[in-house]
Design a protein around this ligand. Structure first.
Ligand SMILES: Cc1cc2nc3c(=O)[nH]c(=O)nc-3n(C[C@H](O)[C@H](O)[C@H](O)COP(=O)(O)OP(=O)(O)OC[C@H]3O[C@@H](n4cnc5c(N)ncnc54)[C@H](O)[C@@H]3O)c2cc1C
Length: 541
């Protein structure tokens, strides 16, 4: 018997979202995993874990209870400790357990280690994004630490460990560690050459003095820091504890009050002669840390795709169950057009991000894949990260008024969505990076572009666009057209990725995104008879 109007369960609401296998329900993802020969059973287990109602709720709780900075204990001793809610620790333990910080490096994934690990990141992000900041930085730090094999050899076992050890202890006493990075500063930001943090040589190490305006995940066990050494901007590894076991001179000033990303702490920090050791050659800080940044840029794109995926899944789950005007929303023609259009965009972007991950996997042995990865990493980050806020917003609207409340995850997702585009180089910086990569490797760039165009042309003739991109590349005014170049390149690569995947939607994507009249809002494109297939693939029942 009903106990009241608002408690009546028959009020035409969609059931709670959760307890689904995020991997198997996502056909574009599962197809990509099969294409690259990955372990489908392991990915399905991972998809179930992150799709469980319990894990999804950890994401809610971790964000409703943001971290707190405790600079001192009750007696005035510096502790510089950030306290997190148990839900955050549970998510950290889960993602470290799945090896999202390590699986690309530890030999556990013989086929496509980076791609397989990127898929787990994509699944984890659907439960919660904030905790993945230290996880992705730990994964990427290995790229930079390779420049100093002795240091990497000392740290490697702790970095690759699948045990999450939250205790504030010297790294060598812990069962597992996480790593962060302090690149940008207040006065320079993107322009890290303007950094003022100084590294004073002290025999076998340096003392760092200065600040970082954004240093996320401050409870990491060590940070890669860019500072001015005797030979110019250099990369250093700064642990939380000095080799004698005392706490390093790292003073957190404040945690940022951010739009979203609430579960993750991002600090303002000062270094008061902090102990650190050099990574890579003197003066080669940017060259050293770029090995890390290329990996985190790929992660930004993968994570944004994951955010769009969970938004779309929530939307589909809702419209399949909610009726309006005596008809389920999913059967209302105008709603079908919106949801299927989002599914088409994500079909292409998922194919694209994992095609890029595959290129990074293959880079070491295949120069053409290395050229693809170099040129496409900033372009893909640009397109995918910038697409997330728009798609998440549209998915939120599919849930109507409920979507706008804090009771459902859509509002949190919406606040999180713009961040990946800023992290690791914002939009213009990515567009300029495409130009830079093209300028440094002109022949490889033209070769990559012509190969993409040949593949894409199997679905749609992209010749006129490609010629326009080539003209832009050679133009003295290229910087002004950098976004045109970046987006055009990424769109052609997305189409080519669909063609390589034998997708039945390649021509549809090409026609609606690269054809004569691309529309700016989801739901305006003419999708013909493809709507049902697109929605069914996006969230298999
Ligand atoms: C939540 C959060 C956490 C962060 N955590 C970390 C961290 O852990 N470690 C770390 O090192 N940094 C961190 N950052 C900093 C982040 O990497 C930078 O904010 C980002 O790279 C942009 O730099 P900026 O803020 O200095 O902006 P600016 O460099 O001042 O850029 C401002 C705008 O100008 C544009 N722009 C820049 N150069 C050009 C150009 N040449 N031509 C045209 N346009 C240009 C940019 O695209 C941007 O839109 C974090 C930031 C946030 C928001």
């Amino acid at each position: 018997m009903s106990t009241g109007f608002l408690e009546d369960a028959s009020f035409n609401q969609s059931p709670p979202f959760g307890d689904l296998d995020l991997f198997s329900a996502d056909r574009p993802l599962a197809d990509a995993a099969a294409r690259y020969g990955l372990d489908l059973k392991a990915l399905a287990r991972c998809g179930k874990d992150y799709g469980s109602a319990e894990t999804l709720d950890l994401g809610r709780v971790a964000n409703e209870n943001p971290p707190k900075l405790r600079t001192m204990d009750g007696k005035g001793n510096r502790i510089d400790f950030v306290e997190f809610h148990p839900a955050y620790h549970a998510l950290m333990a889960k993602s470290i357990g799945w090896g999202i910080h390590s699986a690309a490096h530890d030999g556990s994934e013989p086929a496509g280690p980076l791609t397989s690990r990127a898929m787990r990141l994509y699944l984890a992000t659907q439960a919660e994004s904030g905790h993945l900041c230290p996880i992705t930085m730990t994964h990427a730090c290995i790229g930079a630490l390779k420049a100093e094999p002795n240091v990497l050899a000392r740290w490697q076992a702790k970095i690759l460990s699948r045990e999450y050890d939250r205790r504030p202890l010297p790294w060598w006493e812990k069962t597992g560690v996480t790593l962060g990075m302090g690149m940008t500063e207040r006065q320079g930001g993107t322009d890290v050459r303007a950094n003022i943090t100084q590294a004073a040589p002290q025999g076998d190490h340096v003392a760092l003095s200065g600040h970082k305006w954004f240093m996320s995940a401050p409870m990491c066990d060590a940070f890669l820091v860019l500072a001015q050494g005797p030979g110019g901007l250099t990369c250093y590894l700064m642990p939380r504890y000095r080799p004698d076991g005392s706490q390093n001179a790292i003073r957190f000033q404040r945690l940022k009050d951010k739009l979203g990303n609430k579960s993750n702490a991002s600090s303002e920090v000062e270094f008061h002669g902090a102990w650190a050791e050099r990574i890579g050659p003197e003066g080669a800080g940017v060259r050293t840390i770029i090995e890390m940044v290329n990996l985190t840029r790929l992660d930004c794109a993968v994570a944004s795709a994951g955010q769009m995926r969970i938004g779309l899944s929530q939307a589909l789950s809702h419209i399949r169950n909610r009726s309006v005007f005596q008809r389920r929303l999913v059967d209302q023609p105008a709603m079908r057009a919106v949801a299927a259009d989002m599914a088409l965009e994500l079909e292409a972007q998922v194919a694209l991000v994992f095609r890029l991950a595959h290129a990074v996997d293959a880079s070491a042995t295949d120069p053409r894949e290395a050229a693809y990865a170099r040129l496409l990493t900033p372009a893909v980050k640009f397109l995918v990260c910038k697409s997330a806020p728009a798609m998440v917003y549209e998915a939120l609207e599919c849930l109507g008024g409920n979507g706008y409340t804090e009771d459902l995850p859509m509002a949190r997702l919406y606040r999180e969505a713009p961040l990946n585009a800023i992290w690791e180089g914002s939009g213009n910086v990515m567009a300029l990076d495409v130009l830079r990569a093209a300028g440094r490797h002109p022949e490889a760039t033209l070769d990559t572009l012509s190969r993409l165009v040949r593949t894409a042309a199997q679905a749609v003739n992209v010749g006129p666009l490609a010629q326009s991109l080539e003209r832009t590349l050679k133009s003295p005014d290229a910087q002004r057209r950098a976004r045109f170049l970046c987006e055009g390149l990424a769109r052609i690569a997305a189409l080519a990725a669909l063609v390589e995947a034998n997708s039945p939607f390649a021509t549809l994507y090409g026609d609606t995104r690269l054809g004569g009249l691309p529309s700016s809002q989801f739901g305006a494109a003419e999708l013909g008879s493809h709507e049902t297939a697109l929605m069914d693939r996006a969230l298999a029942a």
